[in-house]
Write a new protein. Structure first.
Length: 221
């Protein structure tokens, strides 16, 4: 599903200017519901300047009204940025984070053994050979590998991991594990999500400045 160019800034605007539910805003912006709640409660680590998705031609007022009238309605985006997609091979991971991949893989193998090697490879951006080596403890650096949550490491989003866990559990015929952090440790989860949010915000600020400059510049005859 297409997402707004600046999801966090868009979520901030929707929280302040509409009666949409947190679930609807999170779904439309591709965020975790707790991220939206943190924005609404003004507890997010970064303060966002709201970005009007109607002005950006990403959402219509008719869609907003439909959502406000029906909490189960899923907002439909008018258009979205054209992402560059890789058609083959594992997902790209910045060089600075590649050294963290083995730790993230080890965490998934320990906590979610129901997830297939192929699914782990797509999520983390690695090979089956590497996963197997970590699983069998034959990896060349196994003595230094420490299982760490891949979300905290910035290798994937909480949303991506949650969807993968749910899908794998369903395929294996088991009950998906309950994320107790939602009930008992909300602040810790927000802290994990903040890592990804801050990185996205840095990329978005430049795009926002360019967009504001475009709207504010006088027209040329």
């Amino acid at each position: 599903m297409a997402q707004p160019l600046m999801p966090h800034a868009t979520a901030s605007w929707l929280v302040d200017n509409t009666a949409l539910s947190f679930e609807q805003i999170a779904e439309f912006c591709g965020l975790h519901i707790l991220e939206v709640q943190a924005i609404a409660d003004d507890t997010a680590g970064t303060k966002y300047t709201g970005r009007d998705p109607v002005r950006a031609h990403e959402l219509s007022m008719d869609e907003i009204h439909k959502g406000e009238a029906n909490a189960d309605y899923r907002l439909q985006m008018l258009k979205g940025p054209d992402p560059v997609r890789r058609t083959k091979g594992p997902r790209y991971t910045p060089v600075s984070k590649r050294q963290d991949k083995p730790d993230g893989i080890a965490w998934i193998l320990r906590h979610h053994p129901e997830i297939s090697d192929g699914a782990i490879g797509k999520l983390i951006g690695t090979t089956r050979t590497t996963i197997q080596a970590i699983r069998e403890r034959t990896h060349w650096n196994i003595s230094n590998i420490q299982p760490k949550d891949p979300v905290t490491l910035g290798l994937c989003s909480q949303r991506e991991l949650d969807l993968l866990v749910t899908k794998a559990a369903k395929k294996a015929g088991i009950e998906a594990p309950t994320d107790n952090r939602l009930a008992g440790d909300r602040e810790a989860l927000i802290a994990e999500l903040r890592l990804e949010r801050e990185e996205a915000q840095r990329r978005a600020e430049e795009a926002l400045r360019a967009e504001e400059a475009l709207f504010s510049s006088p027209s040329q005859d």
